[in-house]
Design a protein around this ligand. Structure first.
Ligand code: DX5
Ligand code: ZN
Length: 215
């Protein structure tokens, strides 16, 4: 599988979002990663459906919405209406994971599950038919700019083995940079979220370097 790049908008300059989105779009990235934080599931707050909707008119990029929200079912339809192409929900934040995934797909968009660093992949075993992507958090969620948790490499390898008979993307989120990217790709990841790496300094160069380091 070829590697896809998903800049995380959470790492962008919020006072200059439209230009920052245009900059990554011009680099040809495959999707825009949008973090939704409810202040309860994670100790931070970011991007509600109305904000996502207003960004929708500014770009043609595929919207990858990462919901860090307790009981995400309450907001899924609103993020679909706001233009999400895929929604990933945290396994830890929904009691009825299977039902939540069916709800996402019922709107005709892609579905995914996110796992925190401490959550085992076994929890996905019986929902593999219901998902298009697994997002492995490689830091604890809620903040950008944290360091990659090294043991995540083993988890990526185990997940790669688990999904080998399925058409499921493996996305990693947290601490991705030029040193980490080749390691996670070698272990089996094919979608790289990068927040602070993308938006610190020269965006164009950063995306080019990221692509080149995993070729
Ligand atoms: C953290 C978010 C990430 C964040 C990653 O909870 O899910 O998407 O933006 O930031 P970096 O790439 O700086 O670790
Ligand atoms: Zn994220």
């Amino acid at each position: 599988m070829s590697v896809k790049i998903a800049p995380s908008l959470f790492g962008a300059d919020f006072g200059n979002l439209e230009n920052q989105i245009k900059a990554v779009e011009e680099c040809g990235v495959e999707m825009l990663h949008i973090d939704v934080m409810d202040g309860t599931y994670v100790p931070n707050i970011a991007f509600g459906p109305d904000q996502v909707k207003s960004l929708r008119s500014k770009t043609n990029l595929f919207f990858d919405v990462h919901m860090m929200v307790v009981n995400p079912d309450r907001y899924i339809e609103r993020f679909v209406e706001a233009g999400a192409g895929i929604i990933t929900v945290h396994q830890e934040a929904t009691v009825h994971l299977h039902r939540t995934l069916q709800l996402i797909r019922s709107f005709g968009i892609k579905s995914g599950v996110t796992l925190n660093p401490g959550t085992p992949i076994d929890t996905l075993k019986y929902v593999l038919d219901e998902i298009d992507m697994v997002l492995l958090m490689t830091v604890n969620p809620g903040y950008g700019g944290q360091s990659f948790i090294p043991n995540s490499i083993n988890k990526i390898r185990d997940l790669k083995e688990m999904v080998k008979d399925y058409n499921i993307d493996i996305q990693v989120d947290g601490g991705v940079n030029l040193e980490i990217a080749p390691k996670v790709v070698e272990a089996g990841a094919n979608v790289l979220v990068a927040g602070s790496f993308t938006f610190t300094g020269d965006i164009n160069k950063n995306i080019r370097d990221l692509r080149n380091c995993v070729k």
